[in-house]
Design a binder for this molecule. Structure first.
Ligand code: GLY
Length: 596
């Protein structure tokens, strides 16, 4: 085993594709520049990082893991190499991500998991989404006059913290599908937390970009900005409090988190937040449960694209986009065609219009799940795309819905954040899990070595519009609508592609594009995740700044679209399953695919 040197980092940076060299930190919530982790340890990891930068997929035959940081992928790889299942590996990966990529996901957040079981052929989806505290009210994010709060006024502090779901999800996945000893799955993360890990360029950039918020946080400042000084890349950071938390969970399971001393600290941190306290209580934590939901599958080009249904809008919106473009020959048009992007962009706008009106936690509001992806409905909506120019308006449709109440549209803000894990194990099981604490650094509250989420700001801040209720309004115990889209593509009953991405509500477009790139345009998984992005959620085309996609700006404007150049920092991790396994990791971030 060798330790990566700065020399390797410089070598890999020099290999970086010019296409992405101009990307800047995200303007609103800094997502950091495209750089490489300095902390890769295994020669295999170095080779995989070089393959990524050279634009080649990583190939393997037995198993594969793709995750957002080399140390996390290595922890998963070690579990898989020892005969662990994809569920075991996921636990090890998530435990390390919570340390080395703490701004994106961790114990204080929530996640959705899609599982393909090779023994039974069944697909299962688990919902580990945060819940609104029982004492939260629908007007939590409104001022005394009923006006919505400013977004970051709502995010920072205890008000936005939902009951975390990730620890319970890890335990439930291991209980169902684990083969390895639970406690041992935390060894890698505990060792790194105690011995220290090298702060990656991305984490250093994220801290630098969030200095003002982190400085104000009494709980997060001592860890991220000791003495007011921000860490530089390569700085060795230790987190003994996190190691102690992991030891407790390793010993006693998730109940060490949801009851007892850690739970009391979480509640005290949320309720005691100095300028924005929340209501999360011991009761909320003790009552938290993972929910198994029916997978949502939509047909596309002879496959089934399967993922997470409500409270995520991911699989439904993705299924709609794909269903709307399916009548059109995208393969013949090709990825450089403005006409292909007109179709994809307007399909996405139509799908996002339905998402805003109909999608929310189906335990609390009726959601027309079947109607939204019914073939007849999508065929009628696809007819709207038969013109030659951008749609003047993309309004919600009228899917079959036996619910009389008319709803208003919601445009909840979801800023880029989150992390995605894709795993295939040596038994043929496949796992896609997207995991988040919502905004970068979540609520900026920290306890016991981990950050607490701000997931409640994924609810609509308004409860009504024009006298009509909004489906994604907050209610006690309800789970906020998500865009997370962990996806497994099935063909003839077997998985052929596992993928997902971070990115707030852009996640859906990132995943749709990677799927179309792979299935229609014949790109391998590395090309598909690296391809420059074009997205359209709400009318204006977002085009990835500094990329070759900018060549489409003028042609799209000629078709009637507004356009804008912006950093589009996806974090796609994909595994294609065929004669061999091929892994792709997004060059915009520090992740890597490892396999054997
Ligand atoms: N908070 C990001 C999402 O759930 O989509």
């Amino acid at each position: 085993m060798i330790r990566t040197t700065l020399g390797l980092c410089a070598l890999l940076t020099a290999l970086a594709l010019p296409l992405f060299a101009q990307q800047a930190a995200d303007a609103v919530a800094p997502e950091g520049p495209s750089e490489l982790a300095q902390s890769a340890q295994h020669p295999q990891t170095q080779a995989a990082l070089e393959a990524k930068q050279a634009g080649r997929p990583v190939r393997a035959h037995d198993w594969m893991v793709a995750a957002a940081h080399p140390l996390a992928a290595e922890a998963g790889a070690e579990v898989l190499a020892r005969g662990g299942s994809a569920a075991d590996a996921m636990v090890a990966v998530q435990a390390v991500l919570g340390l080395v990529e703490p701004q994106s996901s961790g114990l204080g957040g929530g996640a959705f998991l899609v599982w393909y079981d090779a023994a039974t052929g069944a697909l299962t989806t688990l919902d580990g989404r945060e819940t609104a505290p029982l004492d939260a009210t629908p007007r939590l994010f409104q001022d005394e006059n009923g006006a919505p709060m400013e977004f970051f006024d709502a995010v920072i502090g205890g008000r936005s913290v939902g009951t975390p779901g990730t620890p319970a999800l890890l335990e439930e996945a291991h209980r169902r599908w684990g083969r390895a000893n639970w406690a041992g799955l935390f060894d890698a993360a505990i060792g790194l937390a105690e011995d220290g890990f090298e702060v990656s360029p991305r984490l250093a950039a994220m801290v630098a970009g969030d200095m003002l918020n982190l400085m104000k946080s009494e709980t997060a400042r001592p860890y991220f900005l000791p003495g007011g000084v921000r860490p530089t890349p390569g700085h060795r950071l230790r987190n003994p409090a996190y190691a102690a938390t992991l030891r407790a969970i390793a010993r006693d399971g998730a109940r060490a988190f949801y009851t007892g001393a850690i739970a009391r600290d979480i509640v005290a941190t949320v309720q005691g937040a100095s300028d924005n306290p929340g209501t999360l209580s011991m009761t909320d934590l003790a009552l938290y449960r993972v929910r198994e939901r029916p997978p949502v599958c939509a047909p596309y080009r002879g496959r089934q694209v399967c993922g997470m249904g409500p409270p995520s809008s991911g699989a439904l919106t993705l299924g709609q986009i794909l269903g709307l473009v399916e009548p059109f020959d995208l393969a013949a048009l090709g990825p450089r065609s403005a006409e292909a992007w007109r179709l994809i962009g307007d399909a996405s706008r139509l799908a996002f219009a339905d998402r805003g009106r109909y999608m929310a936690d189906s335990d609390f509001v009726a959601v027309p799940v079947k109607g939204l992806i019914a073939p007849d409905y999508l065929r009628d909506r696809a007819a709207l795309l038969r013109g030659t120019r951008a749609l003047d308006e993309a309004a919600p449709g009228e899917p079959e819905f036996d619910h009389a109440l008319r709803r208003a549209d919601d445009i909840a803000i979801e800023l880029p954040s989150t992390s995605h894990i894709s795993i295939v194990d040596s038994y043929g099981n496949a796992l896609a899990m997207t995991t988040t604490i919502e905004n970068g650094f979540g609520s900026r509250l920290m306890t016991n070595g981990f950050l607490l989420n701000n997931e409640l700001t994924d609810f609509s801040f308004a409860t009504h519009s024009g006298g009509r209720p909004i489906a994604n309004a907050l209610a006690p115990g309800k789970r906020p609508r998500s865009s997370m889209s962990p996806t497994i593509v099935m063909e003839d009953g077997a998985p052929v592609l596992v993928l997902g991405s971070p990115g707030g509500s852009r996640i859906i477009g990132y995943v749709a594009q990677a799927l179309i790139a792979h299935l229609d345009w014949g790109m391998d998984v590395q090309q598909a995740v690296a391809m420059p992005h074009l997205l359209n959620r709400f009318g204006a085309f977002e085009i990835e700044a500094g990329s070759s996609a900018m060549a489409l700006q003028t042609p799209l404007e000629a078709l009637g679209f507004e356009t804008g150049l912006t950093p589009l920092v996806s974090g796609l991790h994909a595994i294609a399953i065929g004669d061999d396994l091929q892994g792709g990791a997004d060059p915009r971030r520090e992740g890597v695919a490892l396999g054997r």
